[in-house]
Design a protein around this ligand. Structure first.
Ligand SMILES: C[S@@+](CC[C@H](N)C(=O)[O-])C[C@H]1O[C@@H](n2cnc3c(N)ncnc32)[C@H](O)[C@@H]1O
Length: 239
C-alpha cells in the first residue's frame, strides 16, 4: 500500500510539473493565453511574445512627443548609412523611420516590409506626399519577409522584433536577405530599466536580444545607449 502511494505521488508530481513548465520544442512553448500577462501565451527562448500592434493605432506611431522619446533623426544619423545602401525597414508600420531613412539613401532604396496591408497603404500615402521615389512596400508574412536573398545592406527593426510571432523564421529570412557583411540594427525598449514607461512584453533586455540573435550566427558588433528609452543594437552577418 505504501509502495502504491509513493508511485501515485511521484506520478502526480510529474504531471503537475509538466503542466507548470511545458517542455520547449525548438525554444518555443505556449501557455493558455488567459494565464498570460497581456501577451500571446507563446514563448520563444523564455520570452513571451507580445501582441501585434494593429493599424488602427498607427497614429500612436506618429505622436509628436515621439521625437524626444525616441529621437528618430539621431537614430537614423547613427545607422552609418551610405547614400547607395539598400535598407530593409522590417515591421515598418506607418513609415515613421522609412521616410527618414529614404532621405539618407538618395541613390539607394528602402524596402518597407509589414504584414498589415493597411500599414503599407498609410506608408504609401506618406511616400507620395513626401515625393520620395526610392521606397517600395513589401507585404510580408508572419514567418517570411519576402525579401530577395543577398540583396540588403542594412536590415532595420524598430519596436517590431518583440511582436514577431515566428522570431526564429523571421530572423532566418532576414539573415538570408542580407548581403555577406550586411548589418542588422535592432532598436528595442530597455527591459533592464523599470523607469521606461512601456508594457513589459514590449521591452527586451540586451542579454535576451543577443541570445536570440546568436541562434542565426549574427555577430554582435556594438550597442549604442544614447536613447532615453531604447537600446540600439548592431549585428553583422559574417562575410
Ligand atoms: C509597433 S509597430 C512599429 C512600426 C515602426 N517600426 C515604427 O517604429 O514606427 C510594429 C510593426 O511590426 C509589424 N509586424 C509584426 N509582425 C511582423 C512580421 N512578422 N513581419 C513584418 N512586420 C511585422 C506590425 O504589423 C507593426 O506594423
Amino acid at each position: 500500500m505504501r509502495h502504491y502511494r509513493y508511485l501515485l505521488s511521484t506520478l502526480l508530481l510529474i504531471v503537475t510539473s509538466a503542466c507548470a513548465a511545458p517542455a520547449p520544442t525548438d525554444g518555443f512553448y505556449t501557455i493558455d493565453p488567459s494565464r498570460s500577462n497581456g501577451g500571446t501565451g507563446r514563448f520563444y527562448m523564455d520570452r513571451e511574445i507580445s501582441d501585434v500592434m494593429g493599424h488602427l493605432a498607427a497614429d500612436w506611431l506618429e505622436r509628436p512627443q515621439r521625437t524626444h522619446e525616441e529621437m528618430p533623426d539621431e537614430v537614423v544619423a547613427n545607422m552609418g548609412l551610405k547614400p547607395t545602401d539598400v535598407v530593409a525597414d522590417i515591421g515598418a508600420g506607418s513609415g515613421y523611420f522609412t521616410i527618414r531613412i529614404a532621405r539618407q539613401v538618395p541613390q539607394g532604396s528602402v524596402l518597407a516590409v509589414d504584414i498589415q496591408p493597411e500599414m503599407l497603404e498609410i506608408l504609401e500615402n506618406r511616400r507620395r506626399e513626401e515625393g520620395l521615389d526610392n521606397i517600395s512596400g513589401v507585404l510580408g508574412e508572419i514567418d517570411d519577409t519576402h525579401l530577395p536573398a543577398n540583396s540588403v545592406d542594412v536590415a532595420f527593426l524598430v519596436d517590431a522584433y518583440h511582436e514577431f510571432s515566428h522570431p526564429r523564421e523571421m530572423l532566418q529570412s532576414i539573415y538570408d536577405s542580407l548581403k555577406p557583411g550586411g548589418h542588422l540594427i535592432l532598436v528595442e525598449y530597455r527591459a533592464e530599466d523599470p523607469n521606461v514607461p512601456i508594457r513589459t512584453l514590449h521591452k527586451m533586455t540586451q542579454r535576451q536580444v543577443r541570445r536570440e540573435m546568436s541562434v542565426l550566427n549574427f555577430e554582435w558588433e556594438k550597442t549604442l545607449d544614447f536613447l532615453p528609452w531604447q537600446h540600439m543594437m548592431f549585428f553583422t552577418k559574417p562575410e
